[in-house]
Design a protein around this ligand. Sequence first.
Ligand code: BGC
Length: 420
Amino acid sequence: MTNNEFLIGSATAGSQVEGYNIHSDIYAQEYMKTGGYKEYSLDAADHYHTYRDDIRMMHEAGLNAYRFSFEWARIEPEEGKFDEKEMEHYLDMVHACREYEIEPVITLLHFACPKWLIGKGGWEADTTPADFGRYVRYVAEHLRNENIRYIVTINEANMGTLIAGYLEKILKHTDGAGLQIGMDLEKMAEQDALAKEENLSVFGCETAAVFTSPRSPHGDKIVCEAHKTAMRILREVLPETKAGLSLSVRDLQYTEGGKENADKDWEKDFLHYLPVIENDGFFGIQTYTRAIFSADGEEDPAEGAEVTQMGYEYYPECVEHVVKRVHESFKGDLLITENGIATDNDERRVAYIRTALEGVKNCLDAGIPLKGYMYWSFIDNWEWQSGYSMQFGLVSLDRKTQVHTPKPSLSFLGSFLKQE
Ligand code: BGC
């Protein structure tokens, strides 16, 4: 692959690698009894300090792009008060990318938000699109001279809706009285009361509508509105930059009788966002696996199927399938903003990437305007609720010494651009 225009890189998110995103809602939740986090993020991969060396490592391995997030909670830690020093920090990351010929792909929102936003109702509040817009404008103004090619407004805009869907599915596995088997109602009520109390003391409201909370249809509209607001501002301030959002989209397959169920999920996960994204500069695909539907709904991976540390099926073919399916209805530019595997076996990671990239080549041969592939993730990191137990990285992380060591998969990914 000698086309230097094609972007090959890796991706990270601030809260997962930087360490101490202390003004964020997620950081606050880590310390709550009802927050649901298994481990504290603490200094994470210390990327807040090591980014220049990390970016050099990407360059040395042959990558030419890096997708990372600007953290709203650092840049606007108090409502309406921007921290110029933090903005400088992110500008320096952009400059480090330039020094090492790495194209920065910037994400403006990757799940974590300032704590104050949640106190105002978070991702269910009508005020959030304007709040997001104010932050986006501030960042965009600072990027005027940086020649940024791609900006992801919102990472996995459908995350809250997906989570609401999972909960609904869990509740369907209930006994005749509508209760999940083994569900302890008293304990649930206790937890609920404790969550309200904690939310009230931490965020100032009983329900914390963070980005990864189950989302109502109203909240989904708020997310779409926030994206549209960001797009208007980016078009005005950075007309040369291509902006768009990303969605989590699996390769939805079906067995006999399952088509209707698979189609329903495709509608919910992707088609439903089409009117919102159709005029965007690009669309970001995040795909990790497939799901197989029967007439009864989504099936578990088949007996004996290889599963990743995350519990889902090893299925790198999802890249080609999802890109081709998305292209049937979205004709604009596409970026794979995330695809990857959590495993402690780097040979399996190399094999996964090899198949994923074969899929990329097939899509390019088919004339699809696919502009890049970002592997998730650059380094082993803090996988949200799962803590440090998942190894998605092309680079390993020693949490005690903070030494970052490339795995063979890093240079394997980098070699893609050198292939004929
Ligand atoms: C998210 C990442 C996450 C990854 C692996 C995506 O949903 O954008 O933050 O770490 O998947 O689970």
